[in-house]
Design a protein around this ligand. Sequence first.
Ligand code: SF4
Length: 234
Amino acid sequence: MEKHLLSKSTFIRSTQCLKSLYLHKNRSYLRDRLSAEQLAKFKRGTDFGILAHQLFPGGINLQPKSPSQYKKAIIATSEIISTGNDSCIYEASFQSDQVLIILDVLERKNGKLYAYEVKSSKAISPTYLKDAALQYYVIQNSGLEIEDFSIIYMNENYDHVEGDENKIDLGQLFIIKSVLPEIYELQAFITEHLPKAKETLFLKHSPEIEIGPHCNSPYPCDFIGHCWKNIPKI
Ligand code: SF4
């Protein structure tokens, strides 16, 4: 199996700015240090994902323990699916077209595959839809048919279980929404953008992209310190 060139996160990075992708892969030493707030946000996202696993009890966790375990995780995912039995996999790994994705939950029910991506957010953003569209693209290209693809996110009106502050009502906390129609519409974007992202990785110099509003949207870029170094702070 050839080594992947892109992952979900690097693909999303490339959709924000190809220069950011180039710097991430080739000049990572120029990256800004992560703030405590950003680290806490990542941790919250991981915790929320693990909590969402409880919506699918009895699943097998195939989370690769390190980057060197990706190949093993892809093979293990494929082996479980190929049994044809009903099953549930947490962190199912797939690779096709030199893109690696790790899906939060893959459920097989009555012979059909259902994909779920968990986001610790109160709404589904356009970036989440691109992320889901890429995952759908990779899974379909690896020869599997996905019956439905949903994003699981946080119910902003969730209130604690009455009488027990520590108990969590999972059915109330999470909203599960199919995004298949949106994903279909984004497939053209994925196939058009992927070659551009891959080409960027092999450029001799970083692409000439001016700074602008995209440096903070949808996420604050972690190369702002480098690209904005000559811009006076107001
Ligand atoms: S700071 Fe702006 S221009 Fe520089 S890599 Fe990030 S998004 Fe691109």
